[in-house]
Design a protein around this ligand. Structure first.
Ligand code: 0O2
Length: 214
């Protein structure tokens, strides 16, 4: 039987490749953002945050999916061990990022979940892109899945609070709070629509004057 130390080392080594994949996607996103700023005088990305899912969350998710807790199962069944969250000011920037990253030659797009066009029942909105990126190791190349969640700053504020409440109530949020969260999500959608409208108006005015981009 494997000792705790053996298991710990096996998990640590098994998860290392996800760090390499995250590094690659982070670099790609930063290059796209800088290039976009140079050409269009506008940053589509406000903020990037990346993380490797911690072993406790991996175990929780495997159990939630009814799967035995092994590293092999985690690697075969979880697409979000390597996760990157990208926040943008405007909804249109989310789709720009999507377009720019998924058309790169070395990237395989595995799955796209558009929770912006089809929000979840609780009000959650975000664009989830699951990609595979090649990681070149000393003796082999591995395609590693990375989940990118792209959302506006307002969507991110909502999701962070909802996530905390979800775990505070042990994944069973009281009905009254669910309703309040749904109302807050509707307000977020209205705010994003308004910001998009204002940005479009700025663009129109820019054409006829020298107003800098926002
Ligand atoms: P955590 O704690 O954030 O890591 P799938 O395997 O594709 O069938 P999956 O991955 O469960 O199923 O589906 P989905 O919907 O793509 O969710 C992946 C991640 O999106 C979640 O990871 C959350 O980070 C985020 N997410 C999805 N739905 C919600 C939601 O309703 N509210 C909030 N705040 N975040 C959400 P985890 O592992 O569930 O959680």
């Amino acid at each position: 039987m494997n000792s705790f130390q053996d298991n710990f080392n096996e998990w640590k080594n098994g998860l290392l490749i996800y760090k390499f994949a995250l590094d690659e996607i982070n670099t790609k996103l930063n290059i796209l953002n800088e290039e976009f700023q140079f050409i269009h005088n506008h940053n589509p990305i406000e903020h990037i945050k990346s993380r490797i899912k911690d072993p406790e969350s991996i175990i929780r998710k495997l159990k939630r999916k009814g799967l035995p807790v092994t590293l092999e199962n985690a690697r075969a069944n979880l697409n979000d061990i390597a996760g990157i969250r990208v926040t943008c000011s405007f909804v249109r920037d989310i789709y720009k990022i999507y377009e720019m990253i998924t058309t790169q030659d070395d990237i395989k797009t595995i799955k796209v979940k558009d929770y912006i066009k089809n929000a979840k029942e609780n009000g959650y909105r975000s664009l989830h892109i699951i990609l595979e990126v090649p990681v070149f190791l000393a003796d082999r190349t591995e395609y590693v899945p990375v989940e990118i969640q792209v959302r506006t700053i307002a969507m991110d504020t909502w999701a962070s609070l909802e996530h905390k409440i979800f775990y505070k109530f042990d994944q069973d949020i009281p009905e009254i709070l669910k309703q309040e969260l749904k109302l807050a999500a509707d307000t977020v959608t209205a705010l994003d629509d308004k910001m998009e409208y204002i940005n479009t108006e700025v663009d129109k005015i820019k054409v006829t004057s020298k107003v800098p981009s926002v």
